[in-house]
Ligand binder design. Structure first.
Ligand SMILES: CC(C)(COP(=O)(O)OP(=O)(O)OC[C@H]1O[C@@H](n2cnc3c(N)ncnc32)[C@H](O)[C@@H]1OP(=O)(O)O)[C@@H](O)C(=O)NCCC(=O)NCCS
Length: 474
């Protein structure tokens, strides 16, 4: 049984050392009686450390299953070998964030309307608070966090120059990860580490850097958007009375689209965390395990997100769906859609937006985005959104008959990019950048947990085929 007594040493190490407490509050907005996110995280440190110590001392030798050759040569599917606090993905029921499903999170977490703005969807700031603390924030706490992020959102001029020097032809994701990596110039973690910080304090400048990065991602993304596509305000202006996504949407020139603003809030909130094994989350965690600072760690995650089997899929789905429309028209028959699905499969391509490495049911994130579409007349009547919904009915039987994929159902990417397109955001190459703004609110909190718990550098054992054969053919 887990004891609730908090060891003195853990309590001592949870308190913010002076330099971090001061730094955290200088960048922050603090209402007299409202807890900051930094305070809320500090509160959970003792219990988290105690839970970890109990697991380590009582269960270190317990088995979580055997490792088969299939795991080693099959992308480590199903191996339980990572600690990840923010969310757990169940193959049948999908994602839960500290135990809450998406519909439960939608009920519990503050929305834009709850902090005096217009909009009914979860604020990404609320999801960030939940992922970092395991608790739903109050409206005041989210409002304060939102303002704190807005105050930290402006880019340093050296970074603006770096971004402006990228060729327009460089993929926006490459620009994005390069710009994020460059921010390590200002890392509080790297600075404190070089000064000789105690291991028990690592989580604090990690949290500071993480919040700083999350605050700046929209401005980095919109500066890239402006440079590549020529759209947006060109200055990344921040209004501290607006929330993160409202500011972002203004920065990219879509600030008058109330539907897109609320869609992006939902999109960013529910794309944030999908447990730890996916490429972007895992890459952030892996690089972070070498104590690289949050900027360098998350840049690695973004490079993974840029792959077509991961974050680039929403861009691929849209391209594929438009191709389908071009080939068979805007109101195709069921038979025409099915034939097109078979044509894709027979040409050796995957049907983008379908299948998942863990899920074996329709992705609840797809369901949440579909429900959003149902509430919006402008989306309900859009041919591309209608086609997405029809595909979600027509593709699974075809994929089942094809017989390869373990999961014939739609994943989140089946809808996400098409809705952006429907709102007029038709710069495909930018879609994964938007995903990249989101994934930070899941991957960076785990970096804080990693350092709070003092997790070691990751170093799994690899084997050559020859060495493997020697072991299994004994
Ligand atoms: C997500 C994805 C990479 C998971 O891969 P996975 O864990 O290897 O999936 P499975 O175990 O079901 O794959 C078994 C086989 O089915 C194939 N398959 C999986 N999804 C498929 C799809 N949507 N269309 C056609 N074939 C598919 C795989 O390519 C694999 O074929 P192979 O044995 O010839 O290599 C895969 O489903 C995919 O490529 N989907 C399309 C891209 C996409 O939507 N990505 C976003 C994910 S959120």
């Amino acid at each position: 049984m887990l004891s609730l007594t908090i060891p003195r040493v853990a309590l001592r190490s949870a308190a913010a050392p002076r330099q971090f407490a001061a730094a955290a509050s200088s960048a922050s907005v603090r209402y007299a009686s409202t807890k900051t996110l930094h305070d809320a995280v500090a509160e959970i440190v003792p219990a988290k450390r105690e839970q970890f110590a109990e697991l380590k001392s009582n269960y270190s030798e317990s088995s979580l299953g055997e490792v088969k050759v299939a795991n080693l040569i099959g992308g480590m599917r199903g191996l339980k070998c990572m600690l990840w606090e923010g969310s757990v993905l169940d193959a049948e029921s999908g994602i839960t964030f500290h135990g809450r499903s998406i519909p439960e999170s939608q009920k519990e977490l503050p929305t834009a309307a709850d902090i005096g703005r217009t909009g009914a969807e979860i604020l990404p700031e609320s999801m960030l608070w939940l992922l970092l603390t395991g608790k739903a924030p109050t409206n005041e706490e989210v409002k304060q966090l939102s303002e704190q992020l807005a105050h930290a959102g402006k880019l340093p001029s050296y970074l603006e120059k770096i971004i402006d020097s990228f060729p327009k032809t460089l993929h926006p994701m490459t620009q994005f990860s390069s710009a994020v990596a460059a921010l390590n110039h200002d890392s509080k973690f790297a600075e404190a580490y070089s000064r000789g910080m105690k291991k028990t304090e690592f989580w604090q400048p990690t949290l500071e850097d993480s919040l700083d990065l999350i605050a700046k991602l929209p401005a980095i993304a919109s500066r890239i958007f402006y440079n590549v596509f020529g759209k947006g305000d060109g200055k990344q202006a921040i209004d501290t009375s607006k929330d993160l996504i409202e500011n972002f949407t203004h920065q990219i020139g879509y600030g008058d689209s109330e539907g897109l603003i609320d869609y992006l809030r939902l999109y960013i909130a529910i794309h944030g965390d999908h447990e730890g094994g996916n490429v972007s989350a895992h890459a952030t965690h892996l690089v972070g395990s070498a104590l690289s600072d949050p900027y360098l760690s998350y840049a690695a995650g973004l490079n993974g997100l840029a792959g077509p089997l991961h974050g680039l899929a929403n861009q691929e789905v849209l391209g594929w769906t438009l191709e389908l429309q071009r080939e068979v028209g805007k109101s195709p028959s069921d038979k025409e859609v099915q034939d097109y699905l078979w044509k894709t499969l027979k040409s050796g391509r995957v049907v983008p937006g379908y299948g998942h490495a863990v899920l074996r049911q329709p992705d609840p994130r797809f369901t949440a985005l579909s429900k959003f579409c149902e509430t919006r007349p402008e989306l309900r009547e859009d041919p591309i959104v209608q086609l997405v919904q029809r595909l979600s009915q027509l593709a699974p039987p075809v994929l089942k008959e094809h017989g390869k994929t373990k999961n014939p159902f739609p994943n989140v990417d089946a809808a996400s990019g098409c809705v952006l397109y429907s709102y007029g955001l038709d710069q495909f190459k930018f879609y994964t950048v938007i995903f990249g703004i989101s994934r930070a609110i899941g991957a960076l909190p785990q970096l804080v947990f990693d350092r709070m718990l003092g997790l070691p550098i990751e170093r799994p054992k690899s084997l050559s085929m020859e060495a493997l054969k020697k072991i299994v053919a004994k």
